[in-house]
Design a protein around this ligand. Structure first.
Ligand code: NDP
Length: 268
């Protein structure tokens, strides 16, 4: 049977095996999808061991950078993101992809019916997840992309890396005073430790997306709602959409994401 897996540390709570099992069932694809626990020291060896008979791996924290280094070839999105979340064996070469950004865009556009073209977007965070979504956001034609990060220098470095005239960087202290923002995307992990995002007031017409997901409102979404936000989403849709793109890369079949997302939401 064609063999796939997700590799990370920790990995026991990963939702990827269930998502891909549901995709495979829906698309009538015969495959196995497991979960591999690895370590920084063993990562390279674990990956080459897997690809002796495996066809594809999803890579999650903390190995997305190491995966970039061991890939023989990279997609443009993976190269720009500086991170690989999907490895595929193609013509005996290990090709590295990054599907996080596409996952975010599909979730925002298809599941939440938001347009990105000509929109002023505020991106909170400048870590791996933020880097992965910048090129897809620029490709959708946003008119302004403001990147705010605790360590402002990291946001400035991204301006240099992407050299787009629509990008600007700022520190988190400048966020509350921002005006004319259409969308806020939270790619910061601050909320995981209960730290507030310090968002601007009057978010009635602003779409707010948190990459983190939870059974109830995340701290970011709670704050956005307190400040008037009516349209928002958490990161579960992005998780399912990025998985669907990996599945497509491997199997050349595009699964329907909505039933899988609904099933996962019920289990949270
Ligand atoms: P990184 O560790 O690479 O980056 C973390 C970011 O959060 C940095 O910008 C960091 O700022 C900021 N940050 C961390 N703690 C604080 C704090 N106390 N106050 C202010 N800023 C803080 O993580 P990733 O980019 O990989 O992931 C970010 C989030 O996105 C995670 O919560 C992750 O779970 C989620 N994610 C969700 C996905 C999905 O499919 N739904 C996919 C990928 C990620 P600084 O640079 O100053 O350290």
């Amino acid at each position: 049977m064609d063999k796939y897996a997700v590799i990370g540390n920790p990995i026991a709570h990963s939702k990827s095996p269930e998502i891909h099992r549901r995709f495979a069932e829906q698309c009538k694809q015969e495959l196995s999808y497991g979960a591999l626990l690895s370590t920084e020291q063993n990562f390279k060896q674990d990956v080459s061991e897997f690809f002796k008979d495996g066809l594809g791996l999803n890579v999650t924290l903390p190995f997305k950078l190491q995966a970039l280094e061991i890939a023989d070839e990279l997609s443009e999105l993976a190269e720009k993101a500086g991170a690989v979340n999907t490895l595929a064996l193609e013509n005996k070469k290990l090709v590295g992809y990054n599907t996080d950004g596409i996952g975010l865009i599909r979730d925002i556009q298809n599941n939440h019916k938001q347009t990105l073209k000509n929109k002023n977007v505020l991106l909170l965070g400048a870590g791996g997840a933020a880097r992965g979504v910048i090129l897809p956001l620029l490709q959708e034609g946003v008119s302004r992309l403001l990147i705010a990060n605790r360590t402002e220098q990291k946001a400035k470095d991204l301006l240099t890396q992407f050299s787009s005239p629509v990008m600007e960087s700022l520190g988190l202290d400048a966020v509350p005073a921002l005006k004319s923002i259409d969308m806020i995307i939270n790619a910061s992990s601050a909320g995981l430790s209960g730290i507030s995002a310090n968002l601007p007031e009057n978010l009635e017409k602003v779409f707010c997306h948190d990459m983190v997901y939870a059974a109830k409102d995340t701290p970011f979404i709670s704050e956005a709602k307190q400040k008037g936000c009516k349209q928002y989403s958490d990161g579960l849709g992005m998780l399912v959409e990025q998985a669907a793109e990996s599945f497509f890369i491997w199997r050349k079949v595009r699964p329907e994401t909505r039933p899988v997302l609904e099933a996962l939401r019920k289990q949270l």
